[in-house]
Design a protein around this ligand. Structure first.
Ligand SMILES: Nc1ncnc2c1ncn2[C@@H]1O[C@H](COP(=O)(O)OP(=O)(O)OP(=O)(O)O)[C@@H](O)[C@H]1O
Length: 695
């Protein structure tokens, strides 16, 4: 069991004022969060309520208002309502509020609809990728992901139906948020009546204000009707949610999954009722923790009975995600084990305890080697505060950090690095191109990406046939790829499948690649999992193996029992079915004919090559340890042990993604014929890598 001590009396001097503030975290805790309080009372109790008039005045008089407030102060749920009450949604106009994550969009929209006493999808609605719960005529407050708002710009570049756009959780600095901020700044010049609110818990308000403060002349003069001040207003909302006590481990933990499980068990044994939210990094960790807790429940009936353990990650089906919001039988304690999708904007009503591993999965891209990795990396202080904040939403709570206080104070970075500066920019560039932004290198970013990363992205898009020599979208391929809301490499694979007559199979593969894993990984049962995989294994590689699993799942009548027997993750398969249906609809819309190639797997491999040719690798001659080199940058890579091609080592392969541990490992690998590379991307291979492919 992890050892905790309670900061307070005996804690060492803090090196910055930091968590001192969390310990004082008690603004409104005097008003009891327990028992029944009317929704109207709950609203009035939120710190942001006192700022209602100030917020409305600033929005009226300034083009951009930056609202900084602690987590739980009520920014997301209240500000859109204040605006609506003040008339910003009159005359058919709409108030938009963006979030970086889908789950948050749905949760916040339902809460606001409930507070306003209206049916979700009417006056208050939401739109996320593949799901639109709004009404064209009656929706006045609309929650949406920032990615969806970017897509709306393709049809309505000035976003004319919105009177106010609130960009929430801007501190997360997702790529979509940053692109959106850059574009909104442009729109403001053309639409002086549009108001922006940038809101976040920790945003560096001054640098954001500097970004929006433009000296360029707008239409109209400041002070005239409708022409607000260009200098952004900054408003700091003082006050927080309920008291959250923070505990740290004395010594660093070596295994955060095990430490998280023991911490949950000790909370369950020693602490009063209240649900527990655990932050781990990804599906593998979470599935492992769910199993360990379930085993504990079986081995130790007394202490762990009464636990209802639920996973939460983006690869779960909608129905499985919804379970975390549903009530459980009286006397039971819910344990939600989540990735950072529960980190911001979510209120899980019963949660009183948070267990924070201190890690999350993050993308890191190196434009020199052109390699993007998904790695488990330490979170920032900003994230740690957001995580702790989940325990104090409706009552006081406790947060157990599985790292030391010294580490938090001295080593944890204050903010994360903007995603824009650590990602491959292929998706971002195609989106800007689709919006008619030609000079991508000169675009006004809140945080500039590296020019190397931009150039790499332009090169890949040109090779994919999505951009022409003038870096404009090609017609129709470029426009079609931009229309499919997936990574352009996957979208290109889908387009190619249309010509190759295997769109049914490729859409299944695209859906499976969109989630982290379809396998159940159980510690200590690796051998059984490997044996189960062999039942589906295809000599061609993982993509064809996925098709075998999917067929087996359908043949079983989508049976959970079949999944369990075969180490297939039932919840992940439900999500695959869901995504597949959505992709089929998009494919039809852009003119793709759904067709199966039956058992001809060569065309499937060719379609994968058409999308992922840039990830081709060649087995090093005389390599005894399975070392490959990537064609584009001669990086050393190895097939991941989870691949069916591990130890098979075909001479030429293509991978879907890389993960970095002790080495760079390729995940989801398929064997190919190198001549397909030249067929798929003549420019890329003949021009850039002329001697790399045998002719
Ligand atoms: N579904 C819900 N059930 C119960 N209370 C809720 C719900 N959603 C919000 N609340 C209450 O409203 C408060 C404010 O939530 P809101 O999301 O507006 O805060 P915020 O300042 O935007 O915080 P964050 O930065 O974490 O999103 C919560 O702390 C909680 O007390």
């Amino acid at each position: 069991m992890a050892q905790f001590w309670k900061p307070g009396t005996e804690r060492p001097p803090l090196l910055d004022d930091d968590e001192g503030s969390i310990l004082l975290y008690s603004a409104s805790s005097s008003s009891s969060g327990y028992g029944y309080v009317s929704i109207e009372k709950q609203r009035q109790r939120l710190p942001v309520f006192k700022y209602r008039t100030a917020i409305l005045y600033l929005v009226e008089t300034h083009a951009t208002t930056i609202v900084v407030g602690e987590t739980g102060s009520g920014k997301t749920t209240q500000i859109p309502q204040f605006l609506k009450e003040a008339g910003w949604a009159d005359g058919g106009r709409v108030i938009a509020c963006t979030q970086p994550r889908r789950l948050a969009v749905q949760a916040v929209a339902s809460r606001v609809a409930e507070e306003m006493g209206v049916k979700l999808g009417e006056e208050v609605g939401y739109t996320i990728r593949f799901e639109d719960l709004t009404d064209r005529d009656s929706t006045r407050i609309k929650f949406l992901t920032d990615g969806v708002l970017l897509r709306e710009m393709m049809e309505d570049p000035l976003l004319t139906k919105y009177s106010v756009i609130m960009v929430d959780e801007a501190h997360e600095r997702s790529i979509s948020t940053d692109v959106l901020l850059g574009l909104l700044k442009k729109i403001q010049r053309r639409r002086p009546e549009l108001r922006l609110i940038i809101s976040s818990a920790t945003i560096e308000a001054k640098s954001m204000a500097a970004f929006f403060h433009t000296s360029k002349k707008r239409r109209g003069l400041e002070g005239e009707d409708c022409v607000p001040k260009t200098e952004p207003a900054i408003l700091s909302v003082e006050g927080r949610g309920f008291n959250v006590q923070i505990f740290y481990v004395e010594e660093p933990v070596s295994d955060y999954i095990q430490a998280a499980v023991s911490t949950v068990m000790s909370i369950h044994d020693q602490e009063p009722m209240g649900d527990i939210l655990v932050f781990l990094t990804g599906q593998d960790d979470i599935d492992a923790a769910v199993r360990l807790l379930t085993e504990e429940a079986q081995n130790n009936l007394k202490s762990s009975s009464g636990l209802v353990v639920l996973p939460l990650y983006s690869g779960l089906s909608r129905a499985d995600q919804d379970l975390v919001f549903s009530p459980i039988p009286r006397g039971k304690r819910k344990v939600v084990i989540s990735t950072n999708i529960a980190e911001t904007s979510l209120t899980l009503e019963g949660v009183s305890y948070v267990v924070d591993s201190g890690f999350s999965k993050q993308r890191f891209y190196n434009p020199i080697s052109d390699i993007e990795n998904l790695v488990v990396a330490p979170i920032s202080k900003a994230s740690a505060r957001q995580r702790a904040g989940r325990a104090g939403r409706v009552r006081p709570g406790k947060c157990y950090r599985l790292y030391s206080e010294e580490y938090f104070v001295k080593e944890m970075s204050a903010e994360g690095i903007p995603e824009m500066q650590r990602s491959n920019l292929v998706s971002c560039v195609i989106q800007l191109k689709a919006l008619g932004i030609d000079n991508i290198l000169g675009f006004d970013w809140p945080a500039s990406p590296s020019p190397e990363a931009m150039i790499r992205a332009l090169e890949v898009l040109y090779s994919l046939g999505v951009l022409d020599e003038d870096a404009k979208l090609t017609s129709p391929a470029g426009f079609q790829v931009a229309e499919i809301p997936l990574d352009p490499m996957i979208s290109k694979m889908i387009l190619a499948s249309n010509q190759l007559g295997c769109s049914e199979e490729i859409i299944t593969i695209a859906a499976i690649l969109s989630i982290q894993s379809i396998w159940i990984s159980v510690r200590g049962q690796q051998k059984d999992l490997d044996e189960a995989k062999l039942r589906f294994a295809a000599a061609e590689g993982d993509h064809v193996t996925f098709l075998n699993v999917y067929k087996g799942f359908l043949r079983s009548g989508k049976s959970p029992k079949w999944c369990n027997k075969n180490f297939v993750n039932y919840q992940a398969m439900r999500k695959v079915v869901e995504i597949r249906e959505q992709l089929k609809r998009t494919a039809k819309r852009i003119g793709i004919v759904l067709k199966s190639c039956e058992s001809d797997m060569q065309v499937v491999r060719k379609a994968v090559t058409a999308g992922f040719f840039a990830n081709a690798c060649n087995l090093e001659a005389f390599s005894h340890n399975g070392m490959y080199k990537t064609i584009r940058s001669s990086q050393e890579v190895y097939i991941h042990p989870s691949s069916v091609l591990f130890r098979v080592n075909p001479k030429w392969v293509i991978y879907n993604s890389l993960v970095s541990t002790d080495r760079q490992y390729m995940r989801n690998v398929i064997s190919i014929d190198p001549s397909w590379l030249i067929e798929a991307a003549p420019h890329f291979y003949q021009h850039h890598h002329p001697n790399s492919i045998p002719h």
